[in-house]
Design a protein. Structure first.
Length: 348
């Protein structure tokens, strides 16, 4: 599990020292505040380690391998024209420094690059590989693009970030069988109730939602349900079970409030099962739902961390706390509150 992330001169951040919870971590801020960047950078670190560690005869990590593969992953996931474009834009040459600290110190990694770099320089080398690949969920669902996507992505130059390819690989894994299947069914129950059916992957590589009325092609299913179905499939295959990390960019996108409530509860139960979750959002509704659920008796033991991002002249300012109240003023949330006040005034 990721314990902290320290960045200097990364995109919009002059400097940021982030502390994470082993359970839920919520990053909130307006558009352009760097929320997604704070998801993708640690994702790249974990994904690179997991991918290299799964290769046959993989020994302990080496600088040569990690520097090359991590550089490639950062470019393929964040999609800059070159690695150096991820450094904060200032006059002259800028150097970006990133420190990742884990609860298992063997995974600790420090690296950096400058505006002219084509490859990262590792200054602290991990001595062990990550044993389970992380999961990254983009703002849109991926079940409808799944058929043939990985094969096309790996044989052609496509202008899609590599998280889509990574997640499609996980979506296509076979479902769990045996002793762990019973536990999977317990976790899947609220999701299947919300979408009124079960997710199935046929031999031709197409996803369907099977309901009491029959089998429906996934493109015909409402997008909000497709996002929940994607989570259900990742749980069924074991990608989101027992341990690991989930990075979810704006889970509230294209969901109505009823489904957002379901998503919030599913996320917290994933945390209880041992998954470390990172969510980027600017939804006040989702934040409040987390707050309500975390105060319930069944979830009071769950640790959470809230990170607020506020844009300013000197870069993005970071506020952190164990509750929403510790974030201070966040523009995106304040606007929703002001709208509520204006609405109440018009009805007065």
């Amino acid at each position: 599990m990721l314990k902290s992330l320290n960045v200097k001169n990364l995109t919009v951040f002059a400097e940021a020292d982030l502390e994470f919870s082993p359970g839920l971590n919520v990053i909130v801020g307006e558009n352009g505040a760097g929320k997604t960047h704070l998801l993708k950078v640690p994702y790249c670190v974990l994904a690179t380690s997991a991918e290299e560690g799964r290769k046959p005869n993989a020994a302990t990590p080496t600088k040569a391998v990690m520097q090359t593969k991590l550089s490639e992953k950062l470019v393929c996931v964040l999609r800059p024209e070159s690695l150096g474009r991820l450094a904060r834009r200032r006059m002259g040459q800028t150097r970006c420094e990133i420190e990742c600290r884990f609860r298992d110190a063997k995974l600790n990694l420090d690296f950096g690059f400058s505006t002219r770099s084509t490859e990262v320089t590792i200054t602290k080398q991990p001595s062990s590989w990550v044993d389970k690949p992380p999961v990254f969920l983009p703002t849109r669902e991926l079940l409808t693009i799944y058929p043939g996507f990985v094969a096309v992505y790996e044989s052609h130059y496509l202008d899609f970030e590599e998280t889509w390819r990574d997640t499609c690989l996980l979506l296509g894994a076979p479902p769990l069988r045996g002793a762990r299947e019973t536990r999977v069914r317990e976790v899947l129950l609220p999701l299947e109730k919300a979408v009124e059916g079960r997710v199935e992957l046929d031999k031709n590589g197409r996803f369907y939602l099977t309901t009491a009325e029959g089998r429906m092609e996934m493109p015909l299913v409402a997008e909000g349900w497709r996002k929940l179905a994607m989570i259900a499939q990742l749980i069924a295959t074991g990608s989101l079970l027992d341990k690991g990390c989930l990075f979810w960019d704006e889970p509230e996108t294209n969901l109505n409030p009823k489904l957002i409530r379901v998503v919030a509860r599913v996320i917290l139960h994933l945390c209880l099962s041992g998954i470390q979750v990172f969510v980027a959002t600017h939804s006040l509704f989702l934040m409040r739902e987390f707050d309500i659920l975390l105060k319930s008796e069944s979830l009071q033991s769950l640790k959470a961390r809230f990170i607020g991002l506020q844009r300013g002249d000197e870069g993005v300012k970071v506020e952190q706390g164990d509750t929403i109240d510790g974030l201070g003023a966040i523009t995106s949330l304040d606007e929703e509150l002001r709208q509520s006040d204006r609405y109440m005034e018009t009805g007065a």
